[in-house]
Ligand binder design. Structure first.
Ligand SMILES: [Zn+2]
Ligand SMILES: [Zn+2]
Length: 268
């Protein structure tokens, strides 16, 4: 038995209502309703350390984009008993606004990022509104500042944050998107982030409409499934079903224990 971590999904916002066209590039024409979009950050806990995966957005960004922020992820963490200044490692799966805000709120953190994501978010693709739209220049600028402050660990392809917590670039949705594989008592759990917004994107092999490279997105589904080794160990990035099927882990904040068995199985 190797390393064993606990993982908590902390939900900090929800976007509702949605249309099928917002969740699937090519929705089933019979679909009339669509699932809400939940926003999460993830806390990995074990070996005496807390590792945060993604940092969410803040009130200013929510206002800019007309989103409803239930509470800042930093406050969600505090309600869960974790002070922002106690976090030593933060994995940023990609630099989209809903994953890479609040970068100024973690004074002692080192940020783990794919080299390609930094290049993508600061390169010529950002001259196009269609590709730039999910990014915030304020967030990207803060990450550049962290690079200059020697607080960024760059990964190229596969990487490791701690024994049993590994990073894997899949690209697709954003060129440097990475997923996180975490050893738990129920086997390796993969935080897919936006490699699969919904279980439906993965199971129906149906891309989410915000995409840089569809080929890489499709191959990313295979990577995520291979890394997890079981369909019940893949955690989509924005699916409200996650909150329905995983045990609640707090009465103060929407936190769900992903290292425990879900109440619903996707095994065939
Ligand atoms: Zn994204
Ligand atoms: Zn996202």
């Amino acid at each position: 038995m190797g390393n064993s971590y606990e993982i908590y999904a902390l939900r900090y916002a929800t976007m509702s209502p949605r249309t099928p066209q917002m969740n699937y590039l090519m929705p089933d024409p019979h679909d009339t309703a669509a699932a809400d979009l939940d926003y999460f950050v993830w806390l990995i806990r074990g070996g005496g350390r807390d590792i945060l995966v993604d940092t969410g957005f803040n009130a200013a960004e929510a206002k800019l984009r007309n989103r409803v922020l239930t509470l800042n992820p930093v406050d969600a963490l505090a309600a869960f008993g974790v002070a922002a200044d106690s976090i030593g490692d933060i994995v940023v799966t990609h630099l989209h606004y809903d994953h890479a805000g609040n970068l100024d709120r973690f004074p002692n953190a080192r940020f783990h990022l794919q080299e390609r994501e930094m290049s993508f978010a600061t390169g010529r693709c950002m001259c196009f509104g269609a590709l730039r739209h999910p990014f915030s220049v304020e967030h990207v600028t803060l990450m550049v500042r962290h690079v200059y402050g020697e607080r960024v660990s760059f990964h190229s392809g596969d990487g490791e944050v701690a024994p049993g917590v590994t990073l894997h670039r899949v690209g697709g949705h954003s060129d440097g998107l990475q997923v996180v594989r975490v050893e738990t008592a129920r086997g390796p759990v993969v935080l897919a982030s936006d490699a699969a917004h919904y279980y439906g994107n993965l199971h129906r092999r149906s891309p989410f409409p915000i995409v840089y490279n569809i080929g890489d997105m499709c191959l990313g589904w295979e990577t995520v499934e291979r890394l997890a080794g079981h369909p019940d160990r893949v955690i989509p990035g924005h699916d409200p079903v996650v909150a329905d099927i995983y045990p609640r882990a707090s009465d103060k904040v929407d936190a769900f224990a992903l290292h425990l068995k879900p109440s619903r199985s996707f095994a065939k």
